[in-house]
Design a protein around this ligand. Sequence first.
Ligand code: F0G
Length: 381
Amino acid sequence: MSFRPRYTGLIERYRDRLPVPDDARIISLGEGDTPLIQLHNIPGLMGKEVELYVKYEGLNPTGSFKDRGMTMAVTKAVADGARAIICASTGNTSASAAAYAARAGIRAFVIIPDGKIAQGKLAQAMMEGAVVIQIRGNFDDGMRLVKQVAAESPVTIVNSINPYRLQGQKTVAFEIMDELGRAPDYHCLPVGNAGNITAHWIGYSEYACTGSKGVTGACTFCDGQCPFVGGGAVVGTRPKLAGYQASGAAPFLRGHMIDNPETVATAIRIGHPQSWDFAWKAKEESGGWFDECSDAEILAAQKLLAEKEGIFCEPASAISVAGAMRDIRSGRIPEDSCVVCTLTGHGLKDPDTAIAQSTAPVVKIEAELGQVKRAIHDHLV
Ligand code: F0G
């Protein structure tokens, strides 16, 4: 029998590509190494030949991709002697910050929009001992307050404006490249505050810098700052990035910030994305696009993924598949492409939205054999 070495998180795995001081105490919960799952049923339903994968980031320790960035941000904060961290959040960042702060033995303050975050995320932040500050306002208000308070108080911001967050999150691209052995042709993902699309592009760009295929252009993103090359030449291929926003919260589609974002996908209910310029750059450099999906399309994709593939993600995550499906159907993403969608958060984060839209047959009966048999008979496919 052979043993696999114990996986101890993405910093240990990609240490040579991450700015971590040699003597830093690594704050990790074993994040990363998430499954890349090929969808077997949905392409057939569309009648299209595509190699379609989801990167199931909901299987990170706190149930979202935020953990990739948080292990880096909290490791760095602790190395710098921080006693407290702070973030504004639509839910997942707060759950992740709370967990990594607990692990590190420091305090987390999380500012969240009152009544507008999914129950699972709130439960996490509360259980993990964060100080939960609920504001009568939205994420964008929270972000403004976090920046103001951090300028005056001894707290480290762990939102994605903290560059260490993006450094951790870029590893998602490394994992995909390592597993596929090539870049996908298209990478589809949700866009809210726009940190993650930026991080994906940094990751793909850095990886391409180490590749060995034909030169395709200059990597302007790392500007030669990445650890591998002095010159910043892109020698491998990178995917086109497709960033999807909910129609009611789509500043990248409108071309300007918006003040009252609204969507059922509360994770991406953001009107003033912090990584605005970076995200435009990622879109332009990759030759990709932004597009929007309605709440109905988002929920339909969430349900389809669960019903047809057994994969349960939260609404914001499902927008990547909603958008990809539409673009595959229309031919904007051509047949025979290799496509990866990032499923950013687990479906259990938001049980209320799931149950509210479910049409699953729930059969209520007496605890009696005959009635159970009838229920089975009525629903055999
Ligand atoms: N998907 C999920 C599940 C998210 O929680 C977020 C962001 C996004 C997508 C968008 O990523 O902001 O990098 O463009 N959630 C943040 C939070 C804002 O506070 O948890 P982004």
